[in-house]
Design a protein around this ligand. Structure first.
Ligand code: C5P
Length: 230
């Protein structure tokens, strides 16, 4: 049962830094890591490949239930394979993120992915990042964090991330697309992006990743989790 495995849940909008921070924490603790957004992006990618009707919940739920996916690491970098093909770069495009957020409000899709996500909670523990990790997927998480930052800083971070990955983007278009996506994620009826009642809200606008990790490290110590920072 996922409830018995310690989970740290980190939610937040696009570009809040939750991916970077979650990965750093998982490494520090030597725990597993779940990038739940990747699952929504994978369904989006499958839907694009199949030219599926994005309004048809049954078709999309079926695609979600039959994802033939493999997460691995090569030379410190994460690799995601779908049907045996490396789709890591395709997944990160803003187009894929945008389609993911269009299918994310579909309850049948979320129900299929809910079980898959809970399956990642295996010993010794899990750091999970997404939009509803604290509120829906892991409500018993030992630490719930809502990571945020100003819209401007988030757009810039996402821009740099995409550029680093060799993906060509325009900052103004990206800012608009992020605002639309966050709007959809926040305003949807099902599992909207919002802090859990017992989440700690952390604004990283003025903080670098090391400072964010340091802050969370302090919270982990408060919880009695002894972890070394390196
Ligand atoms: O985190 P990432 O940008 O990869 O997520 C892509 C999209 O997937 C989000 O904009 C959101 O619509 C959806 N998502 C979600 N619930 C999650 C993670 C992602 O609805 N837990």
């Amino acid at each position: 049962m996922s409830n018995e495995i310690p989970v740290i849940a980190i939610d937040g909008p696009t570009g809040s830094g939750k991916g970077t921070i979650s990965r750093a924490l998982a490494k520090m603790l030597d725990w597993h890591f779940l990038d739940s957004g990747a699952l929504y992006r994978l369904v989006a990618l499958r839907a694009m490949q199949e030219d599926a009707d994005l309004e048809d919940p049954r078709v999309l739920a079926k695609l979600a239930s039959r994802l033939d996916v493999e997460f691995s690491t090569a030379r410190e970098a994460e690799v995601v394979c779908l049907n045996g093909k490396d789709v890591t770069a395709l997944l990160r495009t803003e187009k894929c993120g945008s389609i993911a957020s269009k299918i994310a409000p579909i309850s049948m899709v979320r129900a299929v992915l809910l079980e898959q996500q809970r399956g990642f909670a295996i010993p010794p523990g899990l750091v999970a990042d997404g939009r509803d990790m604290s509120t829906v997927v892991f409500p018993a998480a030992i630490l719930k964090i809502f990571l945020t930052a100003s819209a401007e800083v988030r757009a810039k971070r996402r821009y740099n991330q995409l550029k680093e990955k060799g993906i060509d983007v325009n900052l103004r278009d990206l800012s608009r697309e992020i605002a639309r996506r966050d709007g959809r994620d926040t305003n949807r009826q099902i599992a909207p992006l919002k802090p859990a009642g017992d989440a700690r809200v952390l604004d990283s606008t003025q903080l670098n990743p090391e400072e964010v990790v340091e802050k969370i490290h302090g919270w982990l110590e408060e919880l009695g989790l002894r972890v070394g920072m390196n």
